[in-house]
Design a binder for this molecule. Structure first.
Ligand code: PYC
Length: 329
């Protein structure tokens, strides 16, 4: 159990949305009071002092494993419309683009922003989002880059699997043309494969340049017939859920690899489909020899405005506790 749990009836107002299939749950009131400004301070406070909110909103019976939560708070950077802390069933995420798109649509729904360009402060840096009249949102992500090419892992049950390591706002191990076919009917096999890869990443000490876990596994295949896309992916998130969208930070990591290999020209559109067949449109601006700014466009829809109620005698007021199946940073 986490510290500072509420011991009286507590009500949290939330707005739910989905971004081409992947859910986002934004807390708009009733969450813990964070005294210090900024996404980093709020993330540390929630993680260390008030993790009950994440457990209550994400765990069953109020949530489910694919939900990404977003807590709005005051930014340090006053040019930002808000600071935001992202969290899921595995813990706190540095960044999340599908949820950024969901947050922008939610802020519009609340009347806090209109069509135009908006800056959002995340714990990993500031991202810019353009809300267009057709409801689409284009996110200019933080600098993204590849740190490892053709890293070979020995994966029990699958043999040698090679992949690239790249940062797109989260750390990814990107695998192309290996493992089970990337198709919706094969999700169970893709989960088993990418979990096996993730276990090897954790146990073999393969890490980012700053020692972080490589906690997202992204598997690529050809797009299914009839899909207007350049590629189709499957993304395993930390905590073991799979992304129902094409994963914006994963698309950013892919763009970094394509740019590094000279396989996609600056400004050219790359259409990344996810496992359920929805698409994010990506392109990039080059920063320098190693880094790019990924630009990712997608769309979110509001699905609910509701109030979460926590009754003090509810045995599952903070959700049904699940063991994190993977290591945490
Ligand atoms: O869209 O960046 C993303 C994302 C990360 C985890 C789930 N979605």
């Amino acid at each position: 159990m986490s510290k500072n749990e509420p011991d009286a009836v507590r009500r949290l107002r939330i707005i739910d949305s989905h971004t081409v299939g992947e859910p986002t749950r934004v807390v708009i009131s009733g969450g813990p009071e964070v005294l210090e400004k900024g996404a980093v301070a709020a993330r540390d406070f929630l993680r260390d002092e008030a993790d009950w909110m994440r457990c209550c909103l994400i765990n069953e019976p109020r949530g489910f494993d694919a939900v990404v939560g977003a807590f709005l708070c005051d930014p340090v950077d006053e040019d930002c419309v808000s600071a935001v802390v992202f969290f899921n069933n595995g813990g706190y995420l540095p960044s999340c683009i599908h949820a950024t798109i969901g947050v922008i649509r939610t802020l519009e729904h609340m009347g806090r922003i209109g069509i135009g360009r908006h800056r959002l402060e995340t714990s990993a840096g500031v991202v810019t989002a353009q809300l267009s009249a057709d409801g689409s949102v284009t996110v200019e992500n933080m600098p993204s880059y590849r740190t490892g090419k053709n890293v070979v892992l020995d994966v029990p049950g699958y043999g040698e699997v090679s992949g690239d390591i790249a940062w797109g706002g989260n750390w990814f191990f990107l695998i192309a043309g290996q493992g089970p076919p990337v198709e919706q009917s094969g999700i169970a096999d893709l989960i088993a494969f990418s979990m096996a890869v993730r276990r090897v990443l954790d146990s073999s000490g393969v890490r980012s340049e700053d020692g972080a876990l490589i906690d997202h596994v992204e598997v690529f295949g050809e797009p299914r017939e009839g899909l207007d896309a350049d590629s189709q992916n499957f993304v395993l998130c930390p905590g073991g859920a799979y992304d129902r969208s094409p994963c914006g930070t994963g698309t950013s990591a892919k763009l970094a690899c394509l740019a590094a290999d000279g396989d996609l020209a600056e400004g050219k559109i790359f259409r990344q489909a996810g496992i359920v067949g929805t698409v994010f449109e990506g392109r990039y601006r080059r920063i320098d020899a190693e880094r790019i700014t990924p630009i990712v466009t997608g769309k979110a829809w509001i699905t609910a405005e509701s109030e979460i109620i926590i009754e003090p005698d509810d045995p599952f007021r903070f959700g049904i506790a699940t063991e994190n199946i993977f290591k945490k940073n």
